[in-house]
Design a protein around this ligand. Sequence first.
Ligand code: DQA
Length: 146
Amino acid sequence: MRVYVLNGPNLGRLGTRQVDVYGVTSYADLVDMCVDVGRELGLDVVVRQTDAEHELLGWLHAAADEGAPVVLNPAAWSHYSLAVRDACAMLRGPLVEVHISNIHAREEFRHHSVVSAVATGVICGLGVDGYRLALRHVATRLAAAD
Ligand code: DQA
């Protein structure tokens, strides 16, 4: 089963961007980790990142059409993009929202995600390990649905 791991703006800068907040794992390493974890779990993981909102919307529409599960870090769009939220609401497979940092322990404007209410679940504050846990959860759900 194909699973999409989609990442919003600035996440392509992981490894150099605010390492005290987001850690030293590079985006390339995150991609490798997600693909490797997917392989262990029997999932075909496709990892993407964009700084263009319309591109993320297109990927979400495609995932909705396929009924594919999505692991999504909407990054800054989490906090204000109703377009991203509406696209997420169209998904038919599970949606796990991931944040590397603990958004609740940061600035107040990060405390609310407009996406969370349409997500199956949310993981935040566990670093890039959150992606691993999200994929593990997706695999468990898919196995239970068989
Ligand atoms: C983030 C948290 C957001 O507030 C921020 O805008 C990001 C990354 C995280 O993974 O912790 O870009 O989603």
